[in-house]
Design a protein around this ligand. Sequence first.
Ligand code: 13P
Length: 259
Amino acid sequence: MAKQRAKLVVGNWKMHGRLAENRVLLQAISRGAEDLPDDVRVGVCVPCPYLAQAQTLLEGGRVAWGVQDISAHEQGAYTGEVAAGMAVEFGASYAIVGHSERRAYHCEGADTVGVKAQRALAAGLTPIVCVGETLEQRDAGNTEQIVGEQLDAVLAKLSVEEVARIVVAYEPVWAIGTGRSATAQQAQDVHAFLRSRLAAKGGDAADVPLLYGGSVKPDNAEDLFSQPDIDGGLIGGASLKGKDFLAICTAAVAATAAR
Ligand code: 13P
């Protein structure tokens, strides 16, 4: 019997949103999340300029908020960067680090991702560490090698106690924004591999929440979230629609009940 871990569903808005539409979306999510059981946690990672708005509209409710990246530096002459400590001042709980879009478009290497995870933890944020392979890497049979190396680069920088405080998201690059999700079995296989890698670190590392991301929609979420090693999702496009995002949260509830 698989171990029951709380589910976690986090929206990644990417570079979307404007004040007026955010208000409608955040209020809808906040209201809808009130009906969810305690063992389903919900978060949204918004663009930094909207952190204050998220704080105002979500404070005291069931939905946590966070950022999509943080600087590898604590503070200093790093034009355009946002420090983890700044996000914390706006009540943020989460920081996504190592998203494939940052790795691909901002030359973010495995070492930098590890440093960002350290920075997030030091500031009191939960890093959501993203790993994932490209289609080419999958077709070459290198998925485990790639995600294993990406994860190890982060684990190498953290103590056992720190590892227990992270979240890991498996996001196959070929499934992001393509409408082509990994099958539940494909995702489960990689999650089981990641969990074994975490378990090798010892302590509570094996119980780190493992999220799946990549074209999660209301109609495939329950199937994915019912897998023994999938503890929830990191949701892109569907997190911009209140109804869809809440339906995905509800699928997490159904998946928990079905296990
Ligand atoms: P989509 O859900 O739009 O495929 O994006 C996934 C993602 O990148 C979340 O971080």
